[in-house]
Design a protein around this ligand. Structure first.
Ligand code: ATP
Length: 244
């Protein structure tokens, strides 16, 4: 069978990334299956964002390989099937919400459709008047939801999100989680980082625990709890990253 059809959504093998003499990723092997909701967790500085940046070819790496739907991450075509929303998201402040969505969807090769945008904004509990307002007037959380809307409107097979729920109010977190659960139900692959283990447990079929640039665990959240005999994922996570 064609590997691009049958393979993993993301395959990372032996990934090493150094910043100067400092090793940020020390030989990461990781696979995200198609249709999987995958949570990448780890303490501050563990290497989560660096891993995503390497995947997206935002930075070069020192060894290893990354494939997205079978295509090398060095090849721009590997990104044709993914949407990415970064952690710190600053859209051009002079654009109105609609202009930003139109621009993003257009740059991604899609066609902006107002009804789809309005439906998505409602699903994300972002008021429709955000479409008319200049982005500089939107609050931090509203801006973040606009960025997520742009990513979701592209309707890509793989959605990569760096801390998508951070800084959102409780209703917005529930709303974003609802969209992520829907994407997963629809068979899309979802890869996101988070420090909120309850969110990860709720949404993800698989998690990877990254600690100092190495994968300490990959499997179902329940399997991590089982490994340490803990009922609570947070406790199991802490034991995992503390283990020498
Ligand atoms: P957080 O949860 O705080 O967002 P993270 O797991 O995403 O953390 P990274 O941002 O990937 O962590 O950082 C991993 C390591 O790489 C850290 O030691 C960090 O200092 C280092 N690092 C990241 N970016 C750079 C850079 N541009 N130059 C030098 N070191 C960097």
């Amino acid at each position: 069978m064609d590997r691009a059809v049958s393979g993993a959504a993301v395959r990372v093998a032996g990934l090493v990334k150094r910043f100067g003499g400092r090793e940020a990723l020390g030989g990461v092997d990781l696979e995200v299956a198609r249709g999987e909701a995958f949570g990448l967790v780890g303490a501050n500085g563990a290497g989560k964002t660096t891993l995503l940046k390497c995947m997206l070819d935002f930075c070069a790496f020192d060894a290893g390989s990354i494939e997205i739907f079978g295509a090398s991450s060095a090849d721009a075509s590997s990104r044709a099937r993914l949407a990415y929303v970064p952690e710190r998201f600053l859209p051009p402040h002079y654009l109105r919400g609609r202009e930003f969505l139109e621009l993003t969807v257009g740059l991604g090769g899609g066609v902006y459709r107002e009804p789809a945008a309005r439906a998505l904004l409602a699903e994300l509990s972002l008021e429709a008047d955000a479409l008319e307002r200049p982005v500089r007037e939107l609050s931090k959380g509203m801006t973040q939801k606009l960025g997520l809307a742009a990513g979701f409107l592209l309707e890509r097979d793989l959605v990569v999100l760096d801390e998508p729920m951070s800084g959102l109010d409780p209703a917005s977190r529930v709303a974003v989680k609802g969209v992520l659960a829907r994407l997963h139900r629809d068979g899309r692959s979802v890869l996101f980082t988070s420090h909120v283990l309850a969110d990860v447990e709720e949404l993800c079929t698989t998690i990877a625990v990254l600690e100092r640039g190495r994968v300490r665990f990959r499997g179902a959240p329940a399997a991590l709890c089982e490994r340490y005999g803990e009922a609570n994922l947070e406790r199991a996570f802490l034991r995992c990253i503390d283990e020498r």
